[in-house]
Design a binder for this molecule. Sequence first.
Ligand SMILES: *Cc1c(COP(=O)(O)O)cnc(C)c1O
Length: 360
Amino acid sequence: MDGRELLNLASNDYLGLSQHPKLIQAAVQATQRYGVGSGASRLVSGTHPIHEEVEQRFAKFKHAEAALLLATGYTANLAVLTTLAGSGDLIVMDKLVHASLIDAARASDAQLRTFPHLDLQRAEQLMQRHPTGRRFLVTDSVFSMDGDCADLPALCELADHYDASLIIDEAHGTGVLGPDGSGLASAQGVAERIYTCGTGGIVVSTASKALGSLGGIITAAKPIIDLIINKARPFIYSTAVPPAQVAAIGAALDVIRDEPERRERLAHLGSRLRQSLREAGWPIIDSTQPTPIVPLIVGDERTGLQLQAKLLDAGIFAPAIRPPTVAPGQCRVRLSLRTDLADNEIDRLINAVGLPAHVT
Ligand SMILES: *Cc1c(COP(=O)(O)O)cnc(C)c1O
């Protein structure tokens, strides 16, 4: 940045896969074999064997019957909610879900209600008040600005009780959490149940974070995926994902299976950083999993920018996240960890962060 080399603590490339030789090789080979572009939308002539092959593999990885690949996670969320939720339906979502889910809910004709972060009692009350129409219960698995986790087993029960459709955005869980790396649902023991609870659960993953590439992937029961294929405008009226990207996603699944030490190290770094910051007096948000997202909440924007500048002086890049991305008074510097960070780089980070303002 401006000719200076900085340590990047603001990347979502959690497992370092964007630089992995196997992904690079797969992308180059697919390009040489099929060309750069896919040529058309999926339903016209854009579907190549590689799309279907990687979708089948991804479905298996996420313990689902079927999968569908779209351009991005943003587009996938848009496709899910605008296809399934309509007039007379109710969408109940956690107040801190990703902006793409809010946009998707607004673009549907359904009524949108939000509940305070992780407050499932309030979510239940909102669903009780909606006697007719379908209900959609929507959450992130790992929250992108707080790094904490939803309670997916409890959400499954709620979906069962109210015949709701549970929609889970696993953008920050897929590739990172669970014994098999498939996500928070696997870590919480509901990898398969999420698809059968209520009226059928739906998971959205992105290839742009731990998978090191780009692409949004919906996993669900086959009838739901078939419905999205035939009705979702963001899928139907957009060109198919290029072969290189599809191949990179396939290679990422191989690496996630073959190199569990990557997510183990990431979890270790997450625990270590949280513990050190707590010992220094930082108010660190409790998380049921050692996710790679660790925010330093400082309150006002000026303090956030000061901390950002202090880190920059120490050669560390981690920008202050300010309203409207977070609520007023909730300004923070968000630290995003990566497997490839060395122990001495974490030491350097902890030293540079120092003590919270009210302690110094
Ligand atoms: C990044 C992100 C998205 C969007 O994914 P893209 O593939 O970058 O479009 C959706 N949901 C959450 C929770 C995210 O963090």
